[in-house]
Design a protein. Structure first.
Length: 189
């Protein structure tokens, strides 16, 4: 249960790269008894492009009775058709929005990337981060710096659209606020 909402069954976690969507998803899904899906695992093929089956997989998973995705859907500038994000939003009942300041998300993106380089952590389809990857314009550190304010404004606008009025929006503005909210969710269980 989430703060008086007895029937939370389909949850999206929104926020810019580095905000902690995946970390929160891994902690929130068991607290709510929901199946967790990592969107990047579903999205990428071995060539680090959108998997051809991605839209069909999203259709299949969103047809399930309950789930939690660590994303609100691929950004508009991705290869994914916009219908994928709309499908996620139309099927969800709750959107948890990690709307943190740029300094927080950039710091988190930097420390996460450094940890992945040092530990040689494998990500989707065997991808590994490297210092050379930092030069790419789409690297998470660069995206967090460049797009944090823009993505926040875009999400603010989108959440106000009548098409998404069915969603319960939980907007969290700091890691401390998120931690307190997660503890409340666990206590409600």
């Amino acid at each position: 249960m989430i703060a008086g909402q007895p029937d939370v069954r389909r949850v999206l976690i929104a926020g810019i790269t580095g905000s902690g969507k995946t970390t929160l998803a891994r902690r929130l899904a068991p607290a709510l008894g929901l199946q967790y899906y990592e969107l990047d695992d579903l999205y990428y093929d071995p060539g680090m492009r959108m998997a051809a089956a991605f839209p069909a997989v999203i259709d299949q998973l969103t047809a399930e009775q309950s789930w939690l995705f660590d994303s609100q859907g691929p950004p508009a500038d991705s290869e994914a058709p916009p219908e994928v994000r709309d499908r996620l939003w139309s099927c969800a009942d709750t959107l948890v929005w990690l709307d943190y300041p740029r300094r927080v998300v950039v710091w988190r993106a930097v420390t996460r990337s450094l940890r992945r380089i040092v530990t040689r952590e494998r990500l989707w389809q065997g991808y590994r981060d490297s210092p050379r990857q930092w030069l790419r314009p789409d690297h998470p550190i660069r995206r967090a710096w460049r797009l944090s304010r823009i993505r926040s404004e875009q999400l603010e606008t989108r959440t106000q659209e009548p098409a998404w009025a069915h969603l319960t929006i939980i907007r969290l503005r700091s890691p401390r606020e998120t931690e307190a909210w997660l503890n409340a969710v666990r206590a409600d269980k």
